[in-house]
Design a protein around this ligand. Structure first.
Ligand SMILES: O=C(O)CCC(=O)C(=O)O
Length: 286
């Protein structure tokens, strides 16, 4: 297993930054997206379903129904311009970029690389019919297709994170297992960690009775993970410049975000297809 291109710092987050991140989380209104468009039937053989968890994106929003960013072919109409990082994350990420540039091979850091995209994942229990609470704190194996190193910050209960070889054999042993602790930073890059292996979150501990903000209807959050990635500016498009079908697919989400976000209020106002609805939404936080 190559040692390069991987970094794990268990106590990365200091107390002041942690407080600032939690304060910022309290202001958020995450979205609970459907996997496929609600405006047309799902692809053949696929059933509509909600994502396992609520999410929030910064920098650009990759709506599940448009497909995630997957260069070289999956780049068009995938990354919708979103809010900027709050100061606490912007400061932290400048430091993370420096650490990565210092310790990763130059060949693994593409030209223009910077961590300009953040997916905030909320892990916990979901309320289902009959007031049953179901643990949905996991992520199936996948790759992150954004070019260059990715970095992730974890808060709350620790998570069992694993890298596995690509392939279909069931039960294959993980190549590396790492518990992601409260306040830890993990980063990985280069073809071995990014392309040859898949990664997954097998489970999240449920020991400390932690409940993290914000309050989300029908959901109890016990872990929040911020995954930082790089999407070249040329592939980030404002909402009103999406193709007509993509705009139609995500307008319902942009309208929901605009209820609490000045950025998305402006995005709606710039869209001729939104019929002036934006003018009825209150102006709030950027
Ligand atoms: O929650 C984590 O630690 C990993 C999340 C992840 O794999 C992803 O967002 O792509």
């Amino acid at each position: 297993m190559p040692q390069g291109g991987y970094l794990y710092l268990p106590d990365y987050l200091d107390d002041a930054s942690r407080r600032a991140v939690l304060d910022w989380l309290r202001t958020l209104h995450p979205l609970w997206e459907q996997r496929y468009s609600t405006r047309r039937p799902p692809p053949a053989g696929k059933a509509q379903r909600p994502l396992l968890r609520p999410v929030y994106w910064l920098g650009n929003w990759q709506f599940a129904c448009l497909g995630y960013y997957e260069p070289p072919r999956g780049v068009r109409d995938r990354c919708v311009a979103a809010e900027v990082f709050p100061p606490v994350l912007a400061t932290m990420i400048a430091d993370v970029e420096t650490r990565i540039r210092r310790s990763f091979a130059a060949a693994d850091v593409p030209p223009g690389w910077r961590l300009n995209t953040c997916l905030v994942n909320f892990y916990g229990n979901r309320r289902e019919a009959g007031d049953r609470w179901v643990d949905v704190a996991r992520v199936g194996e996948h790759r992150d297709f954004e070019p260059g190193p990715v970095a992730s910050l974890s808060i709350g209960e620790r998570a069992l994170f694993q890298f596995v070889a690509r392939g279909r054999e069931p039960g294959r042993a993980p190549v590396r297992t790492q518990w992601l602790d409260d306040g830890s930073l993990q980063a990985f890059g280069g073809p071995y960690w990014k392309d040859d292996l898949l990664h997954r979150v097998q489970r999240v501990d449920d020991r400390a009775g932690i409940e993290l903000p914000p309050a989300i209807e029908g959901f109890h959050t016990r872990r929040v993970n911020f995954t930082f990635r790089f999407v070249p500016d040329r592939d980030v498009v404002p909402f009103h410049r999406l193709g007509a079908q993509a705009r139609d697919d995500v307008r319902v989400y942009v309208e929901e975000l605009a209820r609490h976000s000045a950025h998305f209020q402006r995005a709606l106002r710039a869209d001729p297809g939104s019929g002036g609805e934006a003018s009825t939404v209150p102006r709030t936080r950027s």
